[in-house]
Write a protein that binds this ligand. Structure first.
Ligand code: HEC
Ligand code: HEC
Length: 248
């Protein structure tokens, strides 16, 4: 049994020791915080993006770092599966990239026609800057992969393995991040539209050019979006599509 004074000493000593440990650990956490949260990367654009996030109550449907509602995909690491271009296309009109799905709100502020291209582009860039910054916070592996098994697949260049299908080695960036969110090549990519393997055998160059630059001109009710592709970017994609012939 402890004597009364020993118990008192044990209590005071224990409390002091734990308090010191607590203060040291708190200091350690505070010291690591700027590194882990990339404070120095928090540009004005990131802050504006955060503002857009709050003002439009994106959290009413989405979570970031686990905070928000569970209706829509978790977005902390969204930049690992979506490119800047994809997000820009998506925010302009969310249903285009998820044809026939439950709809995400279409925000007028992102519509270049309504707001003026510069302002709208700025908005998307700010949202992307915010997502990029959030994505770089060291969260010890949180969150786990969200369930994106429906419709438009995750699609960033880093997720596409060209060693599985070498025909993708020459694919333009835009094709990998935008087209492949809906189309597959060699079993990689989305399943919203048909697989594009062998597409150059099925259609001639003129048809493909017309289809890719303006799908609705061929089939008025198609759900494939018109991306307004033209010039060099369109050429690059068509050149690549021409390489997609049936393999023996
Ligand atoms: C009414 C609910 C709702 C609100 C509000 C909302 N979203 Fe969404 N969002 C969705 C749903 C649902 C999806 C999944 C696509 C689908 O099923 O249409 C989605 C998908 C996304 C995606 C694509 C995720 C991926 O990897 O495919 C991004 C990016 C996104 N939302 C950003 C935003 C931003 C930014 C805001 C605020 C400006 C916002 N969302 C507000 C419902 C919402
Ligand atoms: C939002 C999803 C989506 C995206 C993104 C998309 N497509 Fe499509 N695409 C479709 C759908 C759906 C069809 C089938 C259309 C139909 O028959 O109405 C289609 C059809 C096609 C076809 C005809 C294929 C065939 O076998 O009939 C080609 C070629 C094509 N897309 C190329 C592209 C290219 C190139 C891109 C990128 C610039 C692209 N698509 C982006 C949804 C998409």
């Amino acid at each position: 049994m402890l004597t009364k004074s020993a118990a008192k000493a044990f209590f005071l000593g224990g409390t002091a020791l734990c308090s010191i440990a607590f203060v040291l650990l708190t200091m350690d956490t505070l010291k690591q915080m700027p590194d882990r949260s990339n404070q120095d990367q928090m540009s004005e654009s990131v802050v504006r993006g955060h503002h857009i996030w709050n003002q439009n109550n994106c959290m009413g449907c989405h979570t970031i770092m686990g905070e928000g509602a569970y209706y829509a995909p978790e977005l902390t690491k969204v930049m690992e599966r979506r490119s800047h271009e994809w997000i820009a296309e998506f925010l302009k009109d969310p249903e285009r990239m998820y044809p026939g799905r439950r709809k995400m709100t279409k925000y007028a502020m992102f519509d270049p026609e309504e707001v003026g291209a510069e302002v709208a582009a700025g908005n998307v860039a700010d949202v992307v800057a915010f997502f990029t910054w959030v994505g770089e916070i060291d969260l010890n592996g949180f969150p786990s992969e969200p369930d994106m098994s429906f419709g438009a697949n995750a699609s960033t260049t880093s997720l596409i393995d060209t060693s599985v299908d070498s025909s993708l080695a020459s694919a333009p960036e835009y094709f990998k991040t935008i087209c492949m969110s809906c189309h597959s090549v060699g079993l990689q990519g989305g399943n919203v539209g048909p697989a594009l393997d062998g597409v150059a055998d099925r259609y001639d160059a003129d048809y493909l050019s017309k289809w890719v630059s303006d799908p609705q001109s061929i089939k008025a009710d198609t759900t494939m979006p018109n991306f307004g592709l033209k010039g060099e970017q369109l050429e690059e994609i068509l050149t690549f599509l021409a390489t997609l012939t049936e393999k023996e």
